[in-house]
Design a binder for this molecule. Structure first.
Ligand code: HEM
Length: 447
């Protein structure tokens, strides 16, 4: 009896009541899962167990639990579940879905060195130019603002991954906006130019050069193409949806736009911002951080998988369990953020400066050995776009036929990546002077 007691397995983490056999299938939300999980966590705790189709699912709803498991015990939690849907869609070269192992480490190493904080400083001229090109689009305003946002994020990635700068709407690669899977599987369009040695410096070219002299295997070539395609697939949607979230937040908070514009006028005024101005434009920095907190564009992160049985805070986590880090839930944690649903960039300010000293939203970019390798690029892409938008245009609510302002709902689509539900707005240049500045500073790049 004593032996049986000591070897008894601790209980699974708590969770909502389940049905026999089918577990939580019936109550699994099909929409806004992140918000429903966050509500459940208020009753069952920040480590919650669900069971669906025989699979154990552990939802983590606090940064503390996610850090302790996915970072401190990363040797046990860096695997991915089997993403059958994505692999049957042909996304099998995407490192984001690789199980933990040799091929994962190889891809991750390639990406990590190219996207490190230090290395991404080299991309600044590319980001600055493309932010100006974004402003040019918004000032001309002949298409929906979402088009210009997508063109911006695609252009930066195309240039960094493949060495190709998009300079016109007729660019043959613009259809990639609609066809991420194509880029993923074909290693990006300008592959030919790389072989010919004419492409600008880029991820593909750098990796090819570092391997020159070696005999490249088919797997090496596939891996190079695959990881360049991953930059596109993982970086495009996430960044453009965050910029849409920024526009949505401005419509609800004209005061935020006003303060961003006042900061720009006071500090810079008669030219467009560059990364040299980063420290001088702290409000733009806080707004960027609040966008990433308010609605993380991958609200449930990307699931990890437990590689062994584990025990955490006296709860049993079975081998094979799917671990879901609920980034949105963590960013709405009322123990960490005051009035968490409010968009308030000043929450990050020091108390002595009138803020709450609340921490940056680390959950947005995930955890441990799987943390987003593109996070430095993403954060700087967002910052330069935010600062340039403050500098150049006024964004206000659209009006209906009767001249009444339309206030868009704060509601986000469900999915692995999530953007605001479609909404419209008015975008006009801030002044004649700004139109001239944008025209003269968005000329072809010398990068
Ligand atoms: C706002 C923009 C972005 C957000 C919110 C975001 C978020 C995330 C998250 C939550 C993960 C999963 C982390 C985990 O498993 O714990 C991830 C993985 C990844 N991200 Fe990002 N990301 C963004 C932009 C980018 C960019 C710009 C790139 C590259 C150009 C990129 C490349 C990747 C890759 C390759 C992975 C897979 C990493 C792995 O499985 O080891 N991301 N991202």
């Amino acid at each position: 009896y004593l032996k049986r007691r000591t070897t008894k397995r601790p209980p699974l983490p708590p969770g909502p009541p389940a049905d026999p056999f089918i577990g939580h299938l019936r109550i699994m939300p099909s929409d806004q899962q992140e918000l429903v999980f966050h509500e459940w966590a208020k009753t069952y705790g920040d480590v919650m167990h669900l069971k669906v189709f025989g699979h154990d699912i552990i939802v983590l709803d606090s940064v503390q639990a996610a850090t302790e498991l996915l970072e401190k015990r990363s040797a046990l939690y860096s695997d991915r579940p089997n993403f059958t849907v994505y692999t049957t869609m042909g996304w099998d070269h995407n490192v984001a879905f690789f199980p933990y192992g040799r091929r994962f480490r190889k891809h991750r190493k390639l990406l990590q060195s190219y996207l490190s904080q230090q290395f991404t400083v080299k991309f600044r001229p590319i980001q600055e130019f493309n932010a100006r090109y974004l402003a040019k689009g918004l000032v001309e305003n002949t298409r929906d603002f979402k088009y210009y946002i997508s063109r911006y994020t695609i252009s930066v990635i195309m240039r960094i991954a493949y060495g190709h700068q998009i300079l016109s709407d007729d660019d043959e690669y613009m259809p990639l906006v609609e066809n991420v899977a194509y880029a993923q599987n074909n290693g990006g369009p300008p592959g030919g130019t790389i072989a010919e040695g004419t492409a600008e410096r880029s991820f593909l070219r750098t990796q090819m050069e570092s391997m020159s002299g070696k005999d490249l295997t088919d797997e090496d070539i596939q891996d190079l193409k695959g990881s360049a395609g991953v930059l596109f697939a993982a970086g495009f949607d996430t960044t453009s949806s965050s910029l849409e979230t920024f526009v949505l937040a401005l419509l609800h908070h004209p005061d935020v736009q006003k303060r961003g514009q006042e900061e720009f006028d006071r500090v810079i005024g008669d030219r467009l911002p560059t990364f040299e101005d980063y420290d001088a434009l702290p409000y733009a920095g806080r707004v960027t951080m609040e966008v990433l907190r308010w609605h993380p564009s991958a609200p449930l992160g990307v699931p990890h998988r437990a590689m062994e049985d584990d025990i955490y805070r006296g709860m049993f986590i079975p081998k094979g369990a799917i671990i879901i880090p609920n980034a949105k839930g963590m960013n709405l944690d009322g123990n960490v953020y005051t009035k968490p649903t409010e968009f308030n960039p000043d929450r990050f300010l020091r108390k002595s400066e009138g803020g709450n000293e609340e921490p940056p939203p680390v959950a947005t970019f995930g955890f441990g050995r799987r943390i987003c390798p593109g996070r430095h690029l993403a954060a700087t892409n967002l910052w330069i776009a935010v600062a340039t938008i403050f500098a150049t245009v006024n964004i206000t609510k659209a009006k209906d036929e009767g001249g009444n302002e339309i206030t868009p709902e704060i509601i986000f689509e469900s999915g692995v990546t999530s953007r605001p539900k479609a909404f419209s707005c008015n975008i006009v240049p801030r002044s004649e002077k700004m139109i001239r500045i944008v025209a003269s500073e968005s000329k072809n790049p010398s990068m």
